[in-house]
Design a protein around this ligand. Structure first.
Ligand SMILES: [Zn+2]
Length: 480
């Protein structure tokens, strides 16, 4: 089967192929580490994590998944001043909290996290190349800027012209002396330059700005340049797939294209641009001022990481998602329905060990796997893939009690394989001995037609968190 992904650059679904001679190269924009990661990050990083897991574990592709960490940024400098800390301390603290959050969410497919501060040499090299080729100019006591009029195809990703681009103000790039309003900073000089006799390679200026001593002069990189310096270091001037949230398309990703294609003279920088859709909270854009800013660490206090992943996979990666108490409860209900079905399958298999196979469970499992794969190969349509699982469950709902062990195992194997392809694990919880005893006593009561006592026992089990369901094969115990 062949994987097709909607390329934001062309607006068309395009073939994603693994090169024979090397791993597939994927880069996704990482966070700016000045605060705790939030649900917008969770959405984006769940999407690419699931995508890469599928490519690796299901398609058996070798994938190099690279992510940067923006640990030099004006937001970090501002936060450091607010807290009376150094920018390094703030960045290191929130970088570690980000890694913790990713581990909690079991987002583990990134091969390399590359912090901008470790790539100053590569960044300087790229800025120097852009200056030499005439794409960049210097404003004294301010910084080095990219001249967007020198790169005629600027705007090709977001389909904007350079004039329109001038209306967009990107962060840290305000300067009255810029040639064009849309020009963006590649390198920022510190407001107060360090003393000329300074022997250190790195200083924190009296204004609290981090500054590196380089051949460009003292300063720090602009936001966009770290991405291309990092990707060029690992992948070269061209690579396979770039991911990130839709709101980064302009100016950030547009700037990346301009920088790297201008510096190398090779295009395209990236074969496929894959963007994740927006996330709103209770119908509104997430923001601290609206009080609907939800961090990952707060979300996991309420919901399990598995449920959060399941919730996000229930939507197409490009669709807008509204995160609310209601929408997550809906996801919880479908998750429970699947878990119940899988536990019933295990129960039936156990009871019908000696039974002969009478259905086409094995063939249906093969067919479902194929449909599931087709859904994911078509622009990674996770809701359509999940629908295949429910279709199979629905087909077997009626004849569930008649299935043989062999059949239940074929179905269970199929479900577990496909769920694990999406990074979802559903565990069958062990039923404790005391609950088993209550169920056995209740069976006895029913045999003796002591129905009132049987009901009391059923309530007792419920208080302990288990439901006892009468089935043609006896009592089925289910953890609520
Ligand atoms: Zn980026």
């Amino acid at each position: 089967m062949s994987m097709r992904i909607l390329n934001t650059l062309s607006g068309k679904k395009e073939l994603l192929e693994k090169p024979d001679e090397r791993p597939l190269h994927i880069f996704v924009c990482g966070p700016t580490v000045y605060d705790y990661a939030h649900m917008g990050h969770a959405r984006t990083y769940f999407a690419y994590d699931t995508f890469v897991r599928y490519l690796r574990n299901f398609k058996r592709w070798d994938v190099f998944y690279l992510q940067n960490i923006t640990d030099i940024d004006d937001k970090i400098i501002t936060r450091a001043k607010e807290r009376g800390e150094t920018p390094e301390h703030i960045a290191s603290f929130f970088k570690n909290s980000y890694f913790e959050d990713m581990r909690t969410l079991k987002i583990e497919s990134v091969n390399r996290y590359a912090p901008a501060s470790e790539f100053i040499t590569e960044i300087v090299k790229q800025v120097r190349a852009l200056k030499q080729k005439g794409f960049a100019y210097e404003i004294e006591a301010d910084g080095i800027y990219f001249d967007i009029t020198k790169f005629p195809s600027y705007g090709k990703l977001s389909r904007r012209t350079a004039i329109q681009a001038e209306d967009a103000v990107s962060r840290i790039d305000e300067s009255v002396a810029k040639r064009n309003r849309g020009d963006f900073a590649l390198w920022k000089f510190p407001k107060t330059p360090p003393l000329p006799d300074e022997s250190a390679k790195f200083v924190l200026t009296e204004d609290g700005e981090p500054a590196w001593r380089t051949e460009l002069g003292w300063g720090r990189p602009g936001w966009h340049i770290e991405d291309t310096a990092i990707t060029e270091h690992y992948f070269g001037p061209q690579y396979d797939l770039h991911g990130g949230a839709l709101e980064l398309k302009f100016p950030h990703h547009e700037a990346e294209i301009a920088q790297q294609e201008a510096a190398s003279g090779k295009e395209p920088l990236v074969r496929i641009w894959m963007h994740t859709g927006l996330l709103t909270i209770n119908g509104k854009k997430m923001s601290k001022s609206l009080g609907n800013f939800i961090t990952i660490r707060d979300a996991v206090k309420q919901y399990s990481p598995e449920l959060l992943r399941w919730f996000f996979l229930g939507f197409h990666y490009r669709s807008p998602i509204d995160y609310s108490g209601e929408s997550i409860q809906e996801a919880q209900a479908t998750f429970e329905r699947l878990r119940l079905f899988l536990e019933k399958l295990a129960f039936v298999g156990e009871k019908n060990k000696e039974k002969e196979a009478a259905t086409t469970a094995e063939e249906d499992a093969v067919r479902t796997t194929q449909e599931f794969e087709e859904a994911l190969e078509d622009d990674f349509n996770t809701p359509a893939a999940i629908a295949c699982l429910f279709k199979l469950a629905a087909e077997y709902q009626e004849r569930l009690w008649n299935l043989s062990f062999k059949e239940t195992e074929a179905l269970r194997g199929c479900f577990f394989k496909l769920l694990s392809a999406l990074g979802i694990s559903i565990n069958n919880p062990d039923i404790p001995e005391n609950v088993r005893k209550i169920a056995a006593e209740r069976d006895l009561s029913r045999d003796r037609k002591q129905f009132t006592h049987a009901d009391v026992l059923r309530d007792e089990a419920r208080v302990l968190g288990y439901s006892l369901e009468d089935t043609p094969l006896g009592t089925f115990i289910y953890k609520l």
